[in-house]
Design a protein around this ligand. Structure first.
Ligand code: CMP
Length: 150
């Protein structure tokens, strides 16, 4: 078993549509541990750094403008294979193609306003997480039911 951490963002459309609680519930139901949480509005610099892998793509400027357009929630979740499990919970990037039962499949019909971001690899998490959290904002603790879930 690999216990991993992953960075999850609930994007401005998710926040403004009051979806934060329902989305968080899905991760908790799956056994993910919330080890860091924050509401913030990203600066252009932070957004460009977070999405630097997409720099040069035609949608980059719009993506940066959109992610800075309102408050977001940032979470670090910890759990078994947290990166791949979280990506499955989110569903395909394009909400119009995402399977029903996934977060994007149930709540999004687009590719830019697709509700949620999840790190796609360990290297991505290592790049993304420090943009949102200091090391001392990421907590270490044990849930009472961990032995039953992991
Ligand atoms: P996210 O998981 O946050 O990672 C990169 C984001 O870029 C992705 O979700 C989409 O919101 C966005 N994206 C990817 N491809 C396109 C595209 N072709 N047009 C607009 N936005 C895109």
């Amino acid at each position: 078993m690999t216990t991993e951490k992953t960075l999850i963002l609930i994007k401005p459309d998710g926040v403004k549509r009051r979806l934060t609680g329902r989305i968080l519930q899905r991760f908790e139901d799956k056994g993910m541990k919330v080890v860091a949480a924050k509401m913030l509005t990203l600066s252009k610099d932070q957004a460009e750094k977070h999405y630097s892998v997409h720099k040069g793509k035609p949608f980059f400027a719009g993506l940066v403008e959109y992610i800075c357009s309102g408050p977001i929630f940032a979470f670090v979740f910890e759990g078994k294979d947290a990166i791949s499990v979280s990506r499955k919970l989110c569903g395909a990037t394009d909400g119009s193609k995402a399977e029903p039962g996934t977060i994007r499949g149930d709540f999004s019909a687009g590719i830019e306003k697709n509700i949620i971001h999840a790190s796609d690899a360990q290297e991505s998490f290592d790049h993304e997480c420090p943009i949102f959290f200091e090391k001392n904002e990421i907590h270490e603790f044990v849930y009472g039911d961990e032995a039953l879930i992991l």
